[in-house]
Ligand binder design. Sequence first.
Ligand code: F6R
Length: 596
Amino acid sequence: MCGIIGYTGNRQARDVILAGLRRLEYRGYDSAGIAIGNGSLNVFKDKGDLDHLVKIIPEMRGKFGIGHTRWATHGKPMKNNSHPMVDCNGEIALVHNGIIENNVSLREELMKKGHVFRSETDTEVVVHLLEEYYDGDLEVAMRKTLARLQGSYAVAAMHQKENGKIVGARNISPLVVGLGKRENFLASDVPAILEYTDRMIYLLDGEIITLTKDTVRITDFKGKSIKRNWQKVEMTLEGAEKGGYEHFMLKEIFEQPNSIRDTILGSNLNAESGYSFDLKPDTVKIIACGTSYHAGYVGKYMMEELARTPTTVELASEYRFSSDTSQAPLIIGISQSGETTDTLSAIKTAKKRGFSTLGIVNIVGSTMTREADSVFYTRAGLEVGVAATKTYITQLIAMLSISIKMGVAKEHLGIDDARYLTQEMRKLPKHVRSVLDQSDAIFDLAQEISGARSMFFLGRNMNFPVALEGALKMKEISYIHAEGYPGGELKHGPLALVTEETPVIAIAVKDQTYEKMLGNIGEVSARGAMVIAIGTEGDRELEKYADHVIYIPEVPPLFTPILTSVVLQLLAYHTANILGCEIDKPRHLAKSVTVE
Ligand code: F6R
């Protein structure tokens, strides 16, 4: 993970870099630091997030520099392990996102040559290699250095003697170049520099970039020049502001009606229109991580019911090591960022196995959009909160749209049924709004459960993955231990943990699992657990079983995960807020997970 940025131009680099780091903070916030060139090299860095750095950073004048916000991999969060890293003489500064896998052997080699290491990081070998190979030209030194590295990296470096020059390179970790007027930028992600320019070049693996304020030179690792055209980025920065909400997460939860509408509009849902991928695969395999995996898991039920297509879901980090024996599957990778290394590696593995791949991605221009054979864009807009909310909801919409299309193509779903479902889908923004209207009532329930040390989330069928997602949201932002289980599975072990101290959140909407869920609620109530149920509007029966009920509007059963998920997002949000947690930046986490 980590976010990196570089600037060269006529502005004070410190201001541009600090503003950019603010927008990159979602990539990690264990430490932050910047280096500014001004004839000499000034480096300032510390453990802690950007707010801390901004409070203590001195005036640093100079018109080119680099910055970093860290998610720790090698070495604890502490000042010495913060970036930028500098060489022995304090002449070269470097920032890095990724992991240098052969850092141990390189460190030994460099130490034997007399280099003095000051950190425990894998990154530090890179700056000492630059020092070792430097002979008056940072780009040349970078090329020689990269030839020695194994692993993933986006790097940016500067040398105090080469005024106004920034050299960067990419292998696996993302890096984008922003072209300004008499100024140029480099960053892990577009929003960091979007305030200054919308003309971007997405660097590819194996490319080196050398920037001055007037020149941009891209070469391959052998030194051959590469010509690339810039692209105009359509993204706006609106999503990067809180817009009056207390947290980005809450704002993003409330943006979901619009995100759903935009994704439906973009999904080309007319039953007659086509997609660019195979709509009649024999089987489907969905690969993703975290919340995106849960969206894929819900998608499995949609795919099997609407398109009668056998569908499996695998964690991307596990897929690579499996011996996939499926016959002609369509592989669907789901990733909001399009940069999750585990998911990208899984897509690459699938392609090597000869399978065709489809990416469901939110970020335009991200790596997955280039790796996958076809792309379905979710249109959630920029999501800043580390906990995924609106991007997840739009992934569910994407899975629903694709399942309907496949159902029609495979003739399991009649055109009229498909039209009915798409009409119902268009009502979803309104239904989500009615769930959002219950935010205050959900807050009251959050107060009831915020003292718990552990809780269970139960669901069945397509609401089982929603239970997993509800538990994930709760644990990642409130730090309360939570587990998601299929309602029927509790009695096979976990019931032993249920007491009056473990609240149970049970999804008991009116579908074919309803009666069974009532039974499961009875089982946990009998053990003293306080039960909050999520039910279908008008279902008064449920109130006899549960201590509290939150209702969602009546929709086709396959659509219920979209509404039940919103209830659970709000429950996690309010619980974490009552506990005073850092909701947008949960401890140890980062939004874009670019390590394996
Ligand atoms: C949790 C969360 C993560 C991500 C996961 C995959 O709220 O956001 O679990 O879902 O890291 O990220 P993407 O979708 O970018 O591949």
